[in-house]
Structure formats: structure tokens, C-alpha cells
Design a protein around this ligand. Sequence first.
Ligand code: HEC
Length: 97
Amino acid sequence: MTRFILAALFLVASGSWADSALETYNRTCRICHANGVGGAPKTGDVNAWRPRLEKGMESLIRASNRGLNGMPPKGMCYECSDQDFEALISYMSKSAS
Ligand code: HEC
């Protein structure tokens, strides 16, 4: 029984986390990354993200915090933590299909 409750809690927690990450993406990164505004690597465009990912996740999280050329500091997500950026970057760099 305890195990069942823990499993249920885990599912609820991970489900709502995924929803809030997507909600954050829709409010922030998406504005530029959906259409490649200002040369932003497009969401779901694996080829555009590959050279970025090769720099390493640490470096991409740093760029998210500091900004880079047309990309504003924190990508307009001022409450995002490094973990949030990592989740958002993973989401954007995966194939849309
Ligand atoms: C106002 C537009 C804009 C928004 C909003 C935005 N980006 Fe970007 N982003 C860009 C542009 C433009 C680039 C390409 C910068 C370059 O390489 O010159 C970029 C590049 C990046 C890169 C690659 C950095 C590198 O080192 O190559 C990452 C990672 C990134 N964005 C993450 C995010 C995340 C996460 C969010 C949402 C929290 C976000 N961006 C929101 C415009 C934006």
C-alpha cells in the first residue's frame, strides 16, 4: 500500500513538473526558438542544436543565464533555475516527431 501511494505521488509530481516546464517554454523560449528569431536554433531542429550541444550542457546553461548575441539574459525566464534551463534545452533540442 505504501509503495502504491509513493508511486502515485511520484506520477503526480513528475506529471505536474512536465506541465510547468512546458508552460514556461510557451511563455519564454518559444517566442524566439519556435521560429528561429534572430538566428535562434529552432525547437525540434536536431541539426541546428547539434553543434550547440557539442559545447556541453554546462556551457549552454551558462549561455542561457548570461545571454548570447540576440538571446537576452535568462532567455526571458527570470525565475528559471539551472535545472529548468537544462530541461528546456533538452526539450528544444529533441526532434519534434
Ligand atoms: C528574444 C529571443 C530569445 C528568447 C526569448 C530565448 N532565446 Fe535562446 N537564443 C536566441 C538566439 C537569437 C540564439 C542564438 C544566439 C547566437 O548563437 O548568436 C539563442 C541561442 C540559445 C542557446 C544556444 C547557446 C549557445 O551557447 O550556443 C540556448 C541554450 C538557448 N538559446 C536557450 C534558451 C532558453 C532555455 C530559453 C528560454 C528560457 C531561450 N533560449 C529564450 C534567442 C532567444
